[in-house]
Write a protein that binds this ligand. Sequence first.
Ligand SMILES: Nc1ncnc2c1ncn2[C@@H]1O[C@H](COP(=O)(O)OP(=O)(O)OP(=O)(O)O)[C@@H](O)[C@H]1O
Ligand SMILES: [Mg+2]
Length: 163
Amino acid sequence: MIALHQTCHLADETATLALGTAIAPALRPGLIVFLQGELGAGKTTFTRGILRGLGYLGKVKSPTYNLIELYKISRLYLYHFDFYRFNNPNEWEEAGFRDYFNADSICLVEWPEKADGLLPRADLKFIFKVTEGGRDVEIQADTEAGKLCVKRWQISSRNNTLR
Ligand SMILES: Nc1ncnc2c1ncn2[C@@H]1O[C@H](COP(=O)(O)OP(=O)(O)OP(=O)(O)O)[C@@H](O)[C@H]1O
Ligand SMILES: [Mg+2]
């Protein structure tokens, strides 16, 4: 039975990048992914790994100031948000971000708590925790689409270890 709720230890920045890169091929348009954890926990680093895994070679900036960074990789749209600077969840509605959460796009959201109650439900959550020797990340699949994504990732990582 495949566990759909698991924790991984990430010993250093390279491990955080590698997890993002490994999960990238399992992502599909329409997925909503929440990235949670304190300041500096590794959410942007993980996103950088995902974008590398999708074949994006450019610079991956933190959306801290712009709130959103947009990527088009071949025919895939990926939106990377950071809502840390919202003082009030209504700012999310006012910013007009709702349209970005659609069936054709992958949305990665840092600080989803700051738009609490307004954001669509997450398919996947990655909850990062700072530990003495690096980071721990808890992976939680909350919808069928999220569970399928974790299954695709687990099958591909099993095949890679067998190789
Ligand atoms: N597994 C890890 N072990 C140790 N350091 C790490 C690990 N993963 C990432 N880092 C480092 O943590 C720092 C902060 O990472 P990052 O910017 O990704 O955090 P963040 O969660 O996006 O923070 P913020 O909430 O401020 O946007 C970076 O210097 C990065 O290299
Ligand atoms: Mg960040």
